[in-house]
Design a protein around this ligand. Sequence first.
Ligand SMILES: [Zn+2]
Length: 252
Amino acid sequence: MPAEEATPAIVLRTRDYAESDRIVTVLTRDAGKLGGIAKGAKQSRRRFERKLELFSHVMLYFKRRPHGELVFITRAEAAELTQYELEDDLSKIALGSYTLELADALIREGTDTAEAYRILAGALDALARDGASAALRQAFELAILRWAGYELEFRRCRLCAAAPEPEASGLSFVPARGGIVCRRCRDASHAVGAVALSVRSTLALARLGAIPIASASSAEPAGPDGTLAVARFLASVLDRRLRSLEFLETIL
Ligand SMILES: [Zn+2]
């Protein structure tokens, strides 16, 4: 039998299995994204001091199985990990569910996830502490996209590298270019699916993409045009529409 491993982990997805078992998908700090089965998770308070539910932040003990895709989860403890209190507020649950689902969609198994874990933990911590906001949503989207290799450009035109003037008009976000294009360049190129962006939203997204997640809640958010621009980029790289998105849009 392989040795037991341990790592901090955040539960992204969960479903019940058989009478008392639970199958979970977790984002770990040290072992990547894992799918695992927790035998007796619904009954054993001794081994599962922390329940394995959405948003649970646990020290996870597990063993890899020689041929199984799911690891065998032996214990989950609170250790001294921050717990994210979101139940008191529907908008926290809505944005929290979206962050979990977006992380799950962008992170593949078999990749190093230490930085992605830090981004998600920081976002959930800020959400529990400061509440849901457009700024936090946008900062998380930009950070997790950058981690996944998609660094969106809001500081200068993707084509001519000119920074937008304070009074510039005609700026567009072009999903296929992963950034903004100035009016002059847009007129000279075919910008499919472009989203018109105000200078204010462009500068807000540039700032939100550069600051730590922990301070995002107090930063100025981009307007609905900025939210739409990032959403359109996400739709172009994800292979499915996120179920939590509709809920989030009715709440935020
Ligand atoms: Zn340009």
